[in-house]
Design a protein around this ligand. Structure first.
Ligand code: PHE
Length: 357
């Protein structure tokens, strides 16, 4: 069978000459495809006598194997040449200065989170975290919100589908981090917990995902006075003004007793609201003394340990401090908005240099 040897020589020479992955693929189809030349030879085996098949079978199969091996070898070689070429052209010189218009900015939410960490670190608070996918025990039950409690409905909770040991939710507030912290470490505790939270809600001032920061202090002899001092010190440092005035209004949260909502005073300057003074009031956070039941749920003795907690919307803080008026723009990813409201990555907030960057 001279034409078999001929075919083999031709095919191997073609493979050798092929310069691109596309050329390799074309040869593969022409030889091994449905109506390819080698496939055609394989089909002739069916019509042969047993003797012929015994002689020709190994030769034809050998041809197929040789062609297959040559194809894949050449393919690997071509790919490595292509990779080398790409690496040579796409090299980045990391020592070149950054082209300023291309440099990204720090999102106001990240900026405010950094500012909060800086302000609270100065008061001895550590930063704690918890999962965004929570079970309903940490998000509700341990916070003194039993199953039938209307507060569960109040939160417009996103529940996860499927069977779970405990129903799973996207955390509706950062308060479950209170529980996780009290269960994981011994008092005295001083933490803040910034992070993402979720509720099924959407308009100019609500987005389904938003950010909160939780604060928690557990120690002996903690009173409402410590809470008020901490919030006042925090808000003055954060807004960088000494004339920040707080107003505590009695309120209700299942996990604090007593509870207070906190407003900050604003003044109207050239028709705009500016934090400071007391011409009007804006609600900024919820707070209170940690409920004894919550302390007990975490395995601590509430006659020994007391504390306060607060929860505050970070997006709202950013809007108040930096003057944005539509929350939805925070999450549009519009490069023009980010350029306008974003912060330089090199401006790290520090108390000495000004937390406002
Ligand atoms: N978790 C409450 C909310 O999301 C805020 C809060 C936190 C209130 C801690 C009191 C104490 O509305």
């Amino acid at each position: 069978m001279a034409d078999l040897d001929q075919l083999k020589t031709t095919l191997l020479a073609q493979i050798d000459d092929a310069g691109t992955p596309d050329a390799i693929e074309a040869i593969r189809v022409a030889a091994l495809g449905k109506s390819g030349s080698v496939t055609g030879l394989l089909k002739t085996l069916g019509g042969m006598t047993p003797d012929e098949r015994q002689a020709q079978g190994p030769r034809i199969h050998g041809l197929r194997e040789a062609v297959t091996a040559a194809l894949s070898e050449k393919k690997v070689a071509l790919e490595s040449v292509a990779l080398d070429a790409r690496l040579a052209t796409e090299r980045l010189d990391m020592t070149l200065p950054v082209d300023a218009p291309l440099m990204g900015t720090v999102h106001p939410v990240s900026q405010v989170m950094d500012e909060l960490a800086e302000v609270f670190a100065d008061m001895g608070f550590a930063v704690a975290t918890g999962p965004e996918i929570e079970d309903d025990w940490h998000n509700f039950t341990a916070l003194n919100i039993p199953e039938t409690h209307p507060a569960r409905a109040m939160h417009d909770t996103f529940y996860l589908a499927g069977e779970h040991e405990r129903p799973m939710v996207l955390r509706t507030h950062t308060s479950p981090v209170q529980i996780r912290t009290m269960m994981a470490q011994k008092p005295p505790i001083r933490i803040i917990a910034p992070g993402r939270t979720y509720r099924s809600d959407s308009d100019a001032t609500h987005t389904p995902m938003f950010h909160q920061v939780e604060g928690l202090v557990i120690d002996e002899g903690i009173t409402l006075a410590h809470l008020k001092w901490t919030l006042e010190t925090f808000l003055k440092a954060f807004f960088e003004r000494d004339d920040v005035v707080l107003r505590l209004r009695p309120s209700y949260f299942p996990f604090t007793e007593p509870s207070a909502e906190v407003d900050v005073g604003y003044s109207v300057v050239k028709g705009k609201r500016v934090i400071g003074g007391s011409e009007g009031w804006m609600e900024v956070l919820g707070s209170g003394m940690v409920h004894p039941k919550v302390i007990a749920a975490c395995g601590l003795d509430p006659t020994e340990w007391q504390g306060f907690a607060f929860g505050c919307g970070i997006d709202r803080l950013a809007m108040l401090k930096y003057g944005m008026d539509d929350l939805r723009a925070f999450f549009d990813g519009d490069i023009r908005w980010l350029k306008h409201y974003g912060f330089s990555a090199l401006d790290v907030p520090t108390l000495s240099g000004g937390v406002g960057a």
